[in-house]
Design a protein around this ligand. Sequence first.
Ligand SMILES: NC(=O)c1ccc[n+]([C@@H]2O[C@H](COP(=O)([O-])OP(=O)(O)OC[C@H]3O[C@@H](n4cnc5c(N)ncnc54)[C@H](OP(=O)(O)O)[C@@H]3O)[C@@H](O)[C@H]2O)c1
Length: 304
Amino acid sequence: MAGAECVFWLVPPDPRAASVEAGYVDFARPACTALQRHGVKRVGGVSALGRGLSSKAGYVTASLAMDDLIASTGVAYRALAMPSFMDNLLRQVDAIVAAHPGMHGIALDVADPRAIDAFAGRVREQFPTLNVLFNNAGISRQEDLATDTLAVARSIIETNIVSVLHLTTALLTLLKEQPHATVLATTSGLAFMPRASYPTYCASKAFLHSWLQSLRRQLCDTSVEVLELIPPYVQTELIGPAQATDPRAVPLAKYIADVMPRLGASANEILVEEARELRWAEKTGIYGALFAARNARSDGPDRG
Ligand SMILES: NC(=O)c1ccc[n+]([C@@H]2O[C@H](COP(=O)([O-])OP(=O)(O)OC[C@H]3O[C@@H](n4cnc5c(N)ncnc54)[C@H](OP(=O)(O)O)[C@@H]3O)[C@@H](O)[C@H]2O)c1
């Protein structure tokens, strides 16, 4: 840092770090010494939203502790507070599994048909009593039907539809061998009321809603129940980092708290309060007006 007046500070992911604190705070310590030694005046960094959260908020807590450490050197420090981290959760599977005895993790790209076949074979061999399949993976992309190629639509159809059909049929024989089993798939309130800027995404969820009804009917004399999870707009990163803090979206913790008790109930559709209006718009006679209002150009930034 000799001769530097300003420094941009961005911590790289470190899968070998002993802890998130080690990855952020311990990593920043030698840099803080160097900042002081070389008289650096200004540092711009990248950390996280969430000051004031519990002291055990993982990456958030660690990156904010790093902010405090850098600021304590006396440099003029400004950090960009991001709503999310560019880190790959897949790398953490081993640590998560190790912390939860009985849990196993197998990575699967559901857009790869050969990988699905291999996965299903491995599951049948390693977990012959498997009794729940939760098809939750999904992608959502905006499309301009006048200008886009079909590439986006194809990838949505592969990920949101074909993979669910493939994985479910590949594991159905095994599920039917169990005394009680469940196939669950995530659709969306948008299955019942499209958002015009997400045409293929909404149609993919409408497809799944229809398909799940047929699957349920075909399996009605077996031990396999078929459930549909119908989320409203929730604070995840499905359409990008901004969604995670969009005040119009249901906070993730609230959504999870609302869904969990409903999983044990006998309804085929798991529907939280915020998704009801869309789910029943046709039946309650508000479909036309609601469709026009939700798809009006003045309705603000797009949401999935
Ligand atoms: N959040 C909402 O507002 C909302 C509303 C209605 C329905 N939903 C549905 O809820 C489900 C979960 O979405 P989310 O909101 O939790 O968003 P998310 O955080 O983006 O989760 C989507 C998940 O799908 C996985 N995925 C995508 N492509 C995959 C592939 N080819 N192979 C394996 N996994 C893949 C992603 O894994 P990687 O991160 O590794 O890519 C990610 O874990 C989706 O089906 C979505 O359509 C969400």
